[in-house]
Write a protein that binds this ligand. Structure first.
Ligand code: GDP
Ligand code: MG
Length: 443
């Protein structure tokens, strides 16, 4: 394979800019353009050792650090050289050009990681963890992707593949022996299949939480006018973002702001108070509020504490509950008279109950799963492969005592194949290319 080179730090001026090469020629190319007092030639570089020296291009010279990683103990599994130069846009460009001039070719997006995959350094799902980590917006997303990258998911899947293989081998062997042995193998296989179904189903179910972790949780704040929705948004944000007045109908449009709580990204959406109105603009706002109320991952239904819930509020609460909306009933202004007590008492004014509310929000959508050591599926592609594998396993279970063993074997092999799409054993070239094309340059 050709030696590839690219700039691995973001475009722009910075303290340091890194130019990286991977491939058989990396060290030879580096030795033509980098000198250090420590070595006669960079060809003699000790692996994993940082050298201070000068990088020379046709147009200029700079002081620079260089490091060599020897195959297979490198990110890509090939010989790798990294130059850490001063981080000027033109500067790193010139260094890269020099690498290309001496025979390297420019790397595609994600090509370093793709080579790591092709050289067996990482499973495909581990590689996906790398980009997920880079694009993580919250701590929980970062943790889940870091777990993915470190092989949490791939090693679990590989374990299930191993169990499938063992079952396949046992069933195949039993075909050559008398019937008693086939019966025993079938019974063993039945146990393995129900174990796999249970565990794979757990992974599929974790998808929902996985989505919350990756994309954040949308929290709609809804209720009638003047109940303190905008004040609650401001209090949750810790700053005055939304306009608050005692004029009913102040908020007309929806307004979204994010906070992070316990590592989870919460997308808070303040809405216009829901009421009958003749005002055309406000009416559109009210329609949007209903949309948010119904389509959020979680809805905070706010009522004021100084009066009992009125008929419209009860009707609204019922209609939301009927449409399956996940809801927390919040009673605001509890610093005033306490008449309505059906819900979590808070005060946007004094801050009372706010921490408890945040806790409840995260608890309602993520529950205990966030810190659990279990793997969470955050990737649709992985979920699909597991769902396919589950279908095959189910079909194998049905066939086990009603069809010839060969039919069962077909299903088991297909299940094995489906799981292999996650780790990359059986992913098609198209899929692999499309995954790496989403990587950033230089990764
Ligand atoms: N006493 C008290 N007043 C509040 C509280 N929250 C909001 N208010 C007042 O209620 C009025 C309406 O608040 P606002 O946030 O605009 O309500 P919204 O229409 O639901 O967005 C304003 O005068 C706020 O100062 C609270 O917790 N306690
Ligand atoms: Mg408001």
């Amino acid at each position: 394979m050709k030696t590839i080179a690219t700039i691995s730090t973001p475009m722009g001026s910075g303290a340091i800019g890194i130019v990286r090469m991977s491939g058989d020629e990396a060290k030879t190319i580096a030795s033509k353009m980098f000198d250090t007092k420590k070595l006669k030639s960079f060809e003699d570089a000790t692996p994993n050792f940082m050298y201070y020296g000068r990088v020379k291009t046709d147009s200029f010279e700079d002081t620079c650090l260089a490091v060599y990683f020897q195959a297979p103990v490198s990110y890509t599994g090939e010989d790798v050289v990294e130059f850490q130069c001063h981080g000027g846009v033109r500067l790193v460009d010139e260094v890269l050009k020099q690498c290309l001039k001496y025979g390297a070719v420019i790397a595609d997006k994600g090509e370093f990681t793709k080579r790591a995959f092709l050289n067996g350094k990482m499973a495909l799902s581990d590689c996906e963890g790398v980009t997920d980590m880079i694009t993580s917006e919250s701590l929980s997303a970062l943790k889940a992707s870091s777990r993915l990258m470190q092989g949490g998911v791939s090693s679990e899947i590989k374990e299930y593949q191993k169990q499938l293989l063992d079952s396949i081998a046992e069933l195949e062997a039993s075909l050559d022996y008398p019937e008693e042995m086939e019966d025993e193998s079938k019974s063993n296989c039945g146990h393995v299949l129900s174990f796999l179904t249970q565990n794979l189903q757990k992974l599929v179910d974790s998808q929902k939480v996985g989505g919350y972790i990756k994309q954040g949780v949308t929290v709609g704040i809804v209720g009638q006018t003047n109940v303190g929705k905008s004040s609650l948004l401001n209090r949750l944000l810790g700053r005055d973002r939304a306009i608050v007045t005692d004029v009913a109908g102040t908020t007309r449009d929806t307004l979204e702001e994010c906070i992070e709580y316990k590592g989870v990204l919460l997308r808070l959406v303040d809405t216009a108070g829901i009421r009958e109105t003749d005002d055309e603009v406000e009416a559109i706002g009210v329609e949007r509020s209903m949309d948010i109320a119904k389509n959020s991952d979680l809805t905070l239904f706010v009522t004021p504490s100084e009066r009992p819930m009125n008929d419209e509020e009860r009707a609204l609460e019922k209609s939301l509950a009927d449409s399956g909306v996940k809801m927390i009933k919040v009673v605001n202004k509890c610093d005033l008279a306490r008449v309505d007590t059906e819900g979590l008492a808070i005060s946007a004014k004094t801050g009372q109950g706010i921490d408890e509310l945040k806790e409840k929000i995260v608890d309602a959508v993520i529950g205990q799963s966030i810190d659990a050591s279990g793997n969470v599926i955050t990737n649709r592609r992985h979920a699909q492969a597991i769902e396919q594998a589950l279908e095959c396993i189910e079909s194998a279970e049905q066939a086990l005592y009603s069809q010839p063993t060969e039919c069962v074997l077909l299903d088991l092999r297909q299940a094995y194949f489906e799981l292999g799409k996650i780790t990359g054993d059986s992913a098609s070239e198209d899929i692999i290319d499309s995954i790496f094309s989403k990587f950033c340059l230089g990764k």
